[in-house]
Design a protein around this ligand. Structure first.
Ligand code: HEC
Length: 119
């Protein structure tokens, strides 16, 4: 009985296993954003977000549509840029987050510049 309970708890934990960002490999945490702090990158990133991401994550990332989580909170703007880059590169097919590997790298870094600038 104890064993069954343990399995159920584990299964539940797995089904809700953390956020996608937490799945990024530790080594990605040390990559820095080459465009960090650049005003032009920030403005371009805001536009790209509206075009590529807002349909799921909501306008200005304030509220997620469907299962897409809101992104305007400390968990994201304090996240390591390399981990965000990993999320954009890989997405999560299983959970409905597309890969954005087709966007040129500078555009992905522009979006990350916007995401990591506190509102
Ligand atoms: C088709 C809908 C869709 C689009 C478009 C989309 N996302 Fe997502 N995104 C999701 C979903 C659903 C999740 C949750 C995935 C999960 O739970 O594993 C997610 C998760 C994320 C996460 C992880 C959040 C966390 O707390 O771990 C980030 C960061 C993210 N998206 C950024 C973006 C960015 C930036 C764009 C645009 C370039 C984008 N997303 C476009 C649906 C989308």
């Amino acid at each position: 009985m104890k064993m069954l309970y343990a399995c159920l708890v584990l299964a539940a934990a797995f089904a809700h296993a953390g956020s996608l960002l937490e799945e990024a490999p530790a080594r990605t945490g040390s990559f820095s954003n080459p465009l960090e702090g650049q005003e032009r990158a920030l403005r371009a990133g805001a536009k790209l977000f509206a075009r590529e991401c807002a349909s799921c994550h909501g306008n200005n990332a304030a509220g997620g549509v469907g299962t897409a989580p809101p992104l305007r909170h400390a968990g994201v703007y304090k996240a390591a840029p390399g981990k965000l880059f990993w999320v954009l590169r890989n997405g999560s097919l299983r959970h409905g987050m597309p890969s954005f590997a087709h966007l040129p790298e500078p555009q992905r870094w522009q979006i990350i510049t916007w995401l990591t600038t506190a509102p």
